[in-house]
Design a protein around this ligand. Sequence first.
Ligand code: TXA
Ligand code: MG
Length: 382
Amino acid sequence: MKTEVIKIDINNISQEKINYAAEILKAGGLVAFPTETVYGLGANALQKEAVRKIFAAKGRPSDNPLIVHIADIASLDSLVVEKPPIWEPLAHKFWPGPLTMIFKKSSVIPDEITAGLDTVAIRMPVHPIAMALIKASGLPIAAPSANSSGYPSPTLASHVYEDLNGKIDLIIDGGKADVGLESTVLDITVDPPLILRPGGVTLEQLRTIKSDISLDPALANEPETDFTLTSQANLNTDEFLKHKRRDLQGKFIPKSPGLKYKHYAPKAQMVIVDGELDKIVSTINNLVQDIKNSKKRIGILATEQTKDYYKVDTKGNENIVVMSLGSRDCPEEIAANLFKRFREMDEQKVDVIFAEGISKNGIGLAIMNRMKKAAGFNIIKV
Ligand code: TXA
Ligand code: MG
């Protein structure tokens, strides 16, 4: 299949191009489009053959359900059978925007979308191109992130092209996705509502609507204290990389099926070093020293505050790549850069990435969630 790419200017949206893309969706085709979080891979949510194509193009396991995107509140009624009262203040405050809510599904939603669950995830994106496309199609649009399954979500049209060229009908290039991380998935079928996936809307923001909204215990119990360095003598990077890698499958079962897979991951083996900032830097420098004579190519995901502190040890070593995720004072910047940096590290063909942990406040919770999954929960606490 030939994948066509068209550019649409977010500040001057061509209705003609939107209609062209909408026709493809109506005919059962696949269209990748920008949203404020990440690029989505859209199909007619009411047509199971179209939905199946999404799974095929992404190589997505069929037990991982999709989010249905709508452009107006009125569309909700035919898709769900029950609206717990909390939906309304949440929608009022956060829709359109990066919040996905889980409802009991109606019979118009094919099982292909929900992977057999009796619930359906619904989101109203705020990106004007996404909005215009959904409106023009007149359909609810199923759209997972437009990456190959397991890879980092795309924040640029070029990322979608890398992963899905030849597998989908159309890519709308509408510039970069601003938030850079996916929507927050909130289960409102339970009381108090549970965050199944942290994302663009923060826990703190959600709690302004209902103070007892909390994290799915499966998230809170993630094995992040997996590996603690007790002394420098224990620091053997190769050993660590070989033996401490955790296989998630079977260790815990989160309610959001997508979260049980290794995810968002660069091709390189990734290790997070988390704790006090000066110790993070010295530990990463030690880890680099430890393996720099091996043939491994090493990536360091640093921050504006720390990136220069790796130069001393890495000077003259062509096998070390240092990149900044952004400033610790602006976690939104780190969120917006994270997946792009993962892909850039892959382009640099690094074998190992040492990534600095960051604070879990606000959007930091979602950033660390994605980093931990990308690292297969390899975390060194310092
Ligand atoms: O920001 C986003 O949410 C992006 C853009 C394109 O809208 N979409 C996205 O979709 O991230 P996807 O498929 O990559 O992630 C959907 C997540 C998965 O973790 C999935 O398991 C969960 O939502 N999910 C979907 N339906 C669910 C349901 N009925 N119950 C629990 N979790 C569900
Ligand atoms: Mg995804």
